[in-house]
Design a protein around this ligand. Structure first.
Ligand code: NIG
Ligand code: FE
Length: 419
């Protein structure tokens, strides 16, 4: 009754298929998908879903609400899902790495390029040399493409500044993206992550301990208000377990939530560290052992898979089924970055997860929505379509959701809808 007295801001009518998880999935399962046909959604004046039901019942529902201007959206019988939650990107950067991409086609590995001081440091140079205006413009353009492919929430990491001034500049830009006037009305939620431990910058090449000191003593306290998460690149070519432990322990004391780039290029110990410190997610996991996965399961760490990296680096795709068999909750993300996954397209990630990682459509959709929300600790607000949650939708140009992942290489999302 109470909900009927609330003001109604918007109604989405004539939804052919509304596809979302029905409730919080049982740990380890990706949760039953709920598919409702000929449905409508009513959104209250705070942008929360207040009613979901048969389209024919909408008028009855509205009868008792106060008359006012209501935004009515007609879905024309198409599919609606929650907007994608892309929980892992690095999309604030300048320049590109096309040259390195093509060198790798000739057999030079990503690790080898990193050891030569290229890779992340190539992008660091371009980013340091770009003006803030250029960096913001590039990011705004990229966000438009992210949105156009159906994503309504995106996490963005720093990590191409690698000194106090440039990391701060990137963090400001990431925060500005949440309030940028140049963004169109249909807004995208941006979650900022500090990734100072992405690579040791050249000026600290022979004194890496001093760089870790800088991250711990200066960057972390300075940025605590500007970033929700702290991430580290725990890898032979990047930072050791001991260095990452020191950084993340301090970050946790300062109130950051934690993420780890773990076991991507070698068994780095990253996922064990994520479990030890109670990280929200450990991402990549190509080389994670059974014991690593069990430790993550016990600690409730979300396993994030980034199929765009296997695609770009031509490395074997980790098996989603294996993670699931270990009882893990699996999220999917793009890892949008110029080195290992230059893609804004979550639909592509779903397709790859289904064709190369052994996921079903239901698992992939859950991984890209509710489990992405879990990987950002936002599952109470977004990631599924339920009463009380935010109304942030992807409106598809298809009439049957089984086309997702099957009809590939094209954008099947017509628009996002944030009400
Ligand atoms: O997630 N591995 C570390 N970070 C990124 C790559 C960044 C880059 O190559 O620029 C990743 O794959
Ligand atoms: Fe990454």
């Amino acid at each position: 009754m109470e909900q009927q007295q609330r003001q109604v801001r918007a109604i989405v009518r004539n939804i052919g298929q509304l596809v979302s998880v029905a409730q919080a999935p049982i740990a380890g399962a990706s949760g039953p998908l709920q598919v409702l046909t000929n449905t409508a959604i009513i959104v209250d004046d705070e942008g929360n879903i207040s009613w979901i039901g048969p389209d024919q019942d909408v008028d009855e529902q509205l009868a008792s609400s106060e008359p006012q201007q209501v935004n009515i959206v007609d879905a024309y019988g198409c599919v609606i899902t929650p907007g994608f939650v892309d929980s892992h990107t690095h999309l604030v950067f300048a320049g590109d790495r096309a040259e390195e991409f093509h060198l790798r086609r000739q057999g030079i590995s990503y690790g080898e390029l990193l050891r030569q001081g290229r890779g992340i440091l190539t992008t660091m140079n371009a980013t340091r040399n770009a003006s803030s205006e250029v960096l913001l413009d590039l990011a705004v353009e990229r966000l438009a493409a992210v949105r156009a492919h159906g994503t309504t929430t995106v996490e963005i990491k720093t990590g191409y500044g690698l000194n106090v001034e440039a990391e701060e500049r990137c963090l400001r830009i990431i925060n500005d993206l949440n309030s940028s006037p140049s963004l169109p009305h249909e807004h995208i939620r941006v979650v900022p992550t500090f990734l100072g431990a992405h690579s040791v910058p050249p000026e600290y090449r022979t004194q890496r301990a001093a760089y870790v000191d800088l991250v711990v003593e200066e960057m972390l306290p300075t940025f605590a208000e500007m970033a929700r998460f702290c991430d580290v690149y725990c890898e032979r070519e990047a930072f050791s377990v001991a260095e990452c432990r020191r950084i993340l322990t301090r970050a946790k004391e300062l109130g950051y939530q934690l993420k780890v780039h773990a076991d991507q290029l070698s068994p780095s110990g990253g996922s064990q560290l994520a479990a030890e410190l109670g990280a929200v997610s450990a991402d990549h996991l190509d080389y994670a052992s059974d014991a690593d996965l069990d430790a993550m399961r016990a600690a409730g760490v979300i396993a994030t898979l980034l199929p765009g990296c296997s695609y770009t680096l031509r490395s074997p795709y980790p098996s989603a089924r294996r993670l699931r068999d270990h009882g893990l909750t699996v999220a999917l993300a793009t890892d949008y970055n110029p080195g290992t996954s230059y893609s804004e397209n979550m639909q592509m990630m779903l397709g790859l997860a289904m064709s190369a990682m052994g996921m079903s459509l239901e698992e992939a959709l859950s991984a890209a929505t509710i489990n992405g929300a879990r990987a950002l600790a936002l599952q109470d607000q977004i990631g599924s379509l339920e009463i009380g949650k935010r109304c942030e939708l992807a409106l598809w140009s298809i009439h049957d959701y089984h086309e997702i992942g099957y009809h590939f290489g094209t954008n099947l999302v017509q628009s996002i809808l944030v009400l």
